[in-house]
Design a protein around this ligand. Structure first.
Ligand SMILES: NC(=O)c1ccc[n+]([C@@H]2O[C@H](COP(=O)([O-])OP(=O)(O)OC[C@H]3O[C@@H](n4cnc5c(N)ncnc54)[C@H](OP(=O)(O)O)[C@@H]3O)[C@@H](O)[C@H]2O)c1
Length: 354
């Protein structure tokens, strides 16, 4: 298999060649404000989990750096300025590879928005076995940010997200960590990830400044955030717990909702669907039809479904392949009708609408 960034990597992505790039692409990518901040970000962000070799233990290679160069070139080409990291991606090597290329392009830092996450840890537990845990202690948050800044080679993060809820968290302690980071200029704004409305409200009650983002898994195949809005009071429906009022809360408070895994790992846009539920197979076919009707890629239809939601959801892409990234940003060139939007939702839901 071709290594990321290595010879033949892009060619072997399995994608058809898209039209040559023209500046029109950049023009269709709007900038949207992140409320409560000075930040203006592209409607779509690039996720960095796939940089640096993923969750393997090897060292960084020249191929990993080349992958970042192509990634940043593509972002520039299509008008994307938001990059989503986490201290844990590729065990720090995603940020490290990104940082090495950023160093070659010093003027880039002020033109992009860098977001990273902290909290997930793997420590050696009893009997030498690794234990995965979540740590929102003052010491860990500060140490994590120092590590991120060192690896990325920047003096500040635009946004820091708490990666997953820490059941042992103390609001006062997180607030103290945020205050120290803000005062030192190391982090400009704070947000969360994978938190429900009540967790957000609890944390917010300790903070002087608004939380600016919540990054949650959302896609046509992970649509609990929509389901909770339509299946309330329906005894026969698959009512998802935990998402009650999340999108409404974020809309009211001006918290930017970001969608991770927005492509559902390609299941509706060309990845093999053998053995998948009927609803997935039928929805993938519907996506293909709509793509042909709109003259865009299948990826664009899947992402346009998220973009059409009135909460202003910002998809964070997982691919790092230039061709697939280009296919994805075509989502900004169309707007799905209400009929198309509900048609896709009902199909992916695989159940009659209530
Ligand atoms: N906050 C959190 O807890 C959390 C969790 C997970 C991820 N994230 C963030 O969200 C970003 C996106 O997450 P994700 O990677 O799960 O999202 P995704 O965009 O849904 O999935 C990307 C993966 O799907 C594959 N894929 C897409 N289309 C395909 C197709 N037609 N055929 C075969 N494979 C296909 C890509 O492969 P190729 O690489 O070959 O294109 C890539 O490996 C991450 O980079 C990270 O920044 C956050």
């Amino acid at each position: 298999m071709a290594q990321p960034g290595g010879p033949g990597w892009e060619r072997r992505s399995g994608l058809r060649k898209t039209e040559p790039y023209t500046s029109e692409w950049r023009q269709t990518m709007k900038r949207v404000p992140i409320p409560h901040t000075e930040l203006e970000v592209s409607q779509i962000g690039f996720g960095c989990m796939g940089l640096g070799g993923g969750f393997t233990q090897g060292p960084l290679s020249a191929g990993h750096e080349q992958q970042v160069r192509l990634f940043l070139d593509t972002a520039d080409e299509v008008g994307v300025n938001l990059f989503d990291h986490a201290d844990i991606y590729a065990f720090g090597r995603a940020e490290e590879a990104f940082g090495k290329v950023l160093k070659e392009r010093p003027s880039l830092r002020d033109r992009i928005v860098i977001q990273s996450k902290c909290g997930l840890r793997r420590l050696e537990g009893p009997y030498g076995k690794p234990v995965a845990l979540i740590d929102f202690s003052y010491e860990h948050i500060l140490a994590s940010v120092d590590g991120i800044l060192r690896r990325v080679g920047t003096g500040y993060l635009d946004i820091l997200l708490l990666h997953r809820p820490d059941v042992l968290m103390e609001g006062e302690e997180v607030a103290r960590a945020f205050a120290t980071l803000k005062k030192s200029g190391k982090v400009r704004h704070f947000g969360v990830s994978n938190q429900n409305r009540y967790q957000m409200e609890y944390l917010q009650s300790f903070l002087p400044d608004p939380l600016v983002a919540n990054q949650v898994q959302m896609s046509l195949l992970h649509s609990g955030f929509v389901e909770q809005g339509i299946s309330f009071n329906q005894s026969a429906s698959a009512y998802p717990d935990g998402l009650e009022g999340l999108s409404e809360y974020c809309r009211m408070k001006g918290v930017k909702l970001q969608a991770w895994a927005p492509l559902a790992r390609g299941l509706l846009s060309g990845a093999a669907v053998t053995g998948q539920p009927d609803a997935v197979i039928k929805t993938a076919a519907l996506v293909k039809d709509l793509a042909a009707q709109h003259g865009v890629s299948v990826e664009a239809i899947v992402l346009a479904w998220l973009l059409r939601h009135p909460a202003g959801i910002l998809p964070i892409l997982g691919t790092t392949r230039p061709e697939r990234l280009r296919a994805c940003v075509q989502a900004t060139t169309i707007e799905l009708s209400r009929l198309e939007w509900y048609g896709l939702f009902a199909s992916a839901r695989g159940l009659p609408m209530p």
